[in-house]
Design a protein around this ligand. Sequence first.
Ligand SMILES: [Zn+2]
Length: 270
Amino acid sequence: MKISEKFTLIELLVAVPAIAAPRQRGATARAARFTLIELLVVIAIIAILAALLLPALSAAKESARKSYCTNNLKQIAYMNHMYMGEYDGVFPPKKGLNGGTNDLTGGWYQLFLELKSATWESFFCPTDDQSCYTSDHRINYGRISYGYNQRMLGGDGATGISTWGGAKYVNYGRAAYLKEIRDPPNTVFALDSAACWNSGNLKGYYHIWPWADANNPLAYGRHQKNLCLISWVDGHADGVSAGASCASFYANNGPLGNVWGDQKYFLWDR
Ligand SMILES: [Zn+2]
């Protein structure tokens, strides 16, 4: 065999023990036994293989979770279009008319669940570990993984112009019509969220505020490479890089930060 030839993994596994103990070839009775060196070599090879494969395995798992989350957000977009189809093209409210602080009955995701095709699983991102809550708690107290762009689409808040961080934004005071959205493929409907107001709690919450504010739930880069997965108003779903923690998000004026005045994205506004 030429030196320049490359070995396959299988050849290496076969060759290394043979090279380590060549005297065994001529032996008869001892041939079936392993020497200590051979055993150590095999263990070392297994350890190296495991070290190589484990990170790839965890990356594959996160990749699967990301696909699952993206599919959820596509389902949510689909539910939204079904909902708007029944209500003259109006976006859902953040929560129902009788919705107190701890009663979200009639809120956007509860309304979606009344649609025939809807299931609870669509509102839980597998990377968002909320195992500390029961599923009842999650559903009734807004502990789902995706935050609704309620301020701009659901019409939450007073009417008029406000200022945040030197940028002006509009409080609409009512839910939007789909036809009022200037750039549907670049306007957020819902996304991976974090309950940042709650001592930097990075578990999801049912609505977000579009401007970085330590006292409110925000967009959150939950997936690999700080990817925050988004359901856009036109119905497609993909990811945008966002902060990896509440603290880093506050300081972030990037594509998911405070974007008023940036003509490239509408993202949050109508
Ligand atoms: Zn997710």
